[in-house]
Design a protein around this ligand. Structure first.
Ligand SMILES: NC(=O)c1ccc[n+]([C@@H]2O[C@H](COP(=O)([O-])OP(=O)(O)OC[C@H]3O[C@@H](n4cnc5c(N)ncnc54)[C@H](OP(=O)(O)O)[C@@H]3O)[C@@H](O)[C@H]2O)c1
Length: 277
């Protein structure tokens, strides 16, 4: 198995350079996909309360021979559970479903743009859960620089992670620069843009050059930028192939060329997006 180095976080913890997304995974097939991912070498597993599949992640953790301490389980507080006490209560439910005593990474799934004070209360609960040892690392998802700054100003605590949509067709340059300055690690969801544009000639050309697939080129591009991609797949060949990105590297010009594919193309469009989205 390829030996890969973990990346640092601003809270002193470390995170694997790639994770496995689980949105829409269900039932026995979902458990088997997670087990295939663990066999392939993934150690970071991404779920959320709203995916309604924390149980299958928990089942895979129990079935897997990988020790729990080696896993980095992520879940996210859903909108309906935002607020201080609701967050504390909902984490207990998540822990029971995940069959674990602690969560490695807990994120606020979406900012409440109409009532951001509620998201700040949620954040305060995450800080307390971290201090209580129920959560190792805390962060947010879908936050803009402005909302990150408001969170930092209100709490004095800098999120360790911001999970956002990020791929060659949505290169959030300003957000990346802000996060780099604050040492907030970006995790990329939809990192391969659901493979919709894998046929792009730039990706095809680099794939041929490195004897890799266009999807592997996209995932390696994230790695070169210090971003953690969390691709999802139910296809065992895709699951294994998506992890085979640590035996080659892209040169600076190629990284720049892929970043140049940006079209501000978003797959996930919330009903209410924050200003500056
Ligand atoms: N924080 C948030 O608000 C948020 C929002 C969206 C997603 N997420 C997280 O991010 C994860 C990833 O995002 P995503 O699932 O939306 O999109 P994605 O990972 O960009 O794409 C998944 C799709 O790509 C296909 N695929 C995967 N590997 C492939 C390969 N090597 N070749 C061809 N097709 C391939 C999969 O089909 P096959 O199964 O056939 O391989 C699947 O249809 C989610 O699972 C979830 O955990 C978070």
């Amino acid at each position: 198995m390829t030996k890969i180095a973990n990346l640092s976080l601003n809270d002193g913890q470390r995170i694997p350079p790639i994770g496995f997304g689980t949105n829409v995974l269900r039932g026995r097939k979902g458990i088997d996909s997670i087990l295939t991912a663990l066999d392939a070498g993934y150690r970071l597993i991404d779920t959320a309360q709203s995916y309604d599949n924390e149980e299958i992640v928990g089942a895979a953790v129990v079935e897997s021979s990988v020790p729990r301490q080696e896993l980095v389980l992520t879940t996210k507080i859903t909108d309906a559970h935002q607020g201080y006490q609701q967050t504390l209560d909902s984490l207990e439910v998540s822990l029971a479903k995940l069959k674990t005593d602690w969560v490695d990474i807990l994120l606020v799934h979406w900012p409440n743009v109409q009532d951001f004070e509620r998201s700040l209360e949620t954040w305060r609960a995450l800080i307390d859960l971290q201090q209580a040892g129920k959560v190792t690392t805390i962060g947010v998802s879908n936050y803009t620089p402005d909302l990150l700054q408001r969170t930092i100003d209100a709490s004095g605590v800098v999120p360790a992670l911001n999970q956002v949509e990020f791929h060659p067709f949505l290169v959030q340059k300003d957000l990346l620069a802000y996060c780099q300055q604050k040492e907030i690690r970006i995790e990329a969801y939809c990192p391969i843009a659901r493979a919709e544009r894998a046929g792009h000639p730039v990706l095809q050309h680099l794939a041929a050059k490195y004897q890799k697939s266009p999807v592997q080129i996209m995932l390696r591009w994230h790695v070169e930028l210090g971003i953690v991609p969390i691709p999802r797949s139910e296809n065992p060949d895709h699951i294994r192939g998506n992890f085979q990105i640590f035996d080659f590297s892209l040169v600076e010009d190629e990284v720049r060329e892929i970043s140049g594919l940006n079209e501000n193309y978003r797959i996930i469009k919330p009903d209410k997006s924050p200003p500056g989205w």
